[in-house]
Design a protein around this ligand. Sequence first.
Ligand SMILES: NC(=O)c1ccc[n+]([C@@H]2O[C@H](COP(=O)([O-])OP(=O)(O)OC[C@H]3O[C@@H](n4cnc5c(N)ncnc54)[C@H](OP(=O)(O)O)[C@@H]3O)[C@@H](O)[C@H]2O)c1
Length: 249
Amino acid sequence: MTERTSHVALVTGASRGLGAAIARRLAADGWSVAVNGIDAEETEAVAAAIVADGGTAAPFVADVLDEATIVAMVGDIATVLGPVTCLVLNATGPQPDGDVDGTGWPEVEAELDFFARSPLIVGQAVLPGMRAAGTGRIVHIDSEVVSKTPANRVAYTTAKAAQVGLARSWAVELAAEGITVNTVAPGFVPVERHDVVAEVHREAYRATVPMGTMGSPDDVAAAVAFFASDDARFITGQRLLVDGGRSLG
Ligand SMILES: NC(=O)c1ccc[n+]([C@@H]2O[C@H](COP(=O)([O-])OP(=O)(O)OC[C@H]3O[C@@H](n4cnc5c(N)ncnc54)[C@H](OP(=O)(O)O)[C@@H]3O)[C@@H](O)[C@H]2O)c1
C-alpha cells in the first residue's frame, strides 16, 4: 500500500459483530482505526486488542444518529489519529421483522435512520477532511436483501435499498475528487447477536448457499479492505455481494 496524506479509517458500529472484524482487518492493513460504538467497554476492548496486536486504534464512543455528536467525534478523531480518509458505514440498530400489513412509516423510518440518515450525516462530517487530503474511501455495508429480497423484512429492505441509492449518487458526484464510494453486501453472516438463532434455521439458510457454508465476518472484512485499498482506486459505485453465490439463484 502506498503512503497517503492521512491513513485513518473510521468504522461505525465496530464494538462487536462485522464492524469489529472490519476494524481489525483495516488495522492489519496499516490503517489507523477509529473504533466507534455505543458500549464504552466493548468499544475500548476492540481498540485495545488492535493495539495489543501491534496496530494503531482508538475508541470513539458516539451515537451515529446524533449529528452534533458525530461532528464532534470526527474532530476528535482528527486530533487523536488524523483526518478520516476511509469511512466504513456499518452501524445498525435492531432490525425487527415486519410484513406488508405490519410495517408502517415509524418502522421504516427507524431503519432509514441507520442506513440513510446516519450515513448522510457521518459522510458529510468526514468529507471536508477527504477533500483536503485529495483522496477518500467510503464503504457502506449494505445487505443481500437488496438483491435477494426476503418476505417479512419490509423496513430493513427498504432502508438498505435507500442506502445503495445514497452510495451510488455520492459515487457519481465524488469520483472526480478521488473519493470512491462502494458497498459490500453480506449474506447472513452469524455474529454475536445471532447466538439466539437455532441451528435448524442456520441449516435452512446454509442449504440455500451454493457454496454450502456460512460466511464469516473476516470474509466481509476482506471485501471492505479491498475497496479501502489503493488497488481499488478506479472502482466506484459498485456493490460487492459476499454471499457464497446465494444471490445468483
Ligand atoms: N451479520 C449479518 O448477517 C449481516 C448481513 C447483511 C448485512 N449486515 C449489515 O452489516 C452491518 C453490521 O451488522 P452486524 O450484524 O455486525 O450488527 P451487530 O453485531 O448488531 O453490531 C452493531 C454495531 O452497531 C453499533 N451501534 C448500534 N447503535 C449505534 C449507534 N446509535 N451509534 C453507534 N453505533 C451503534 C453497536 O454498538 P454497541 O454494541 O456498542 O451498541 C454494534 O457495534 C449492518 O449494517 C447490517 O445491516 C449484517
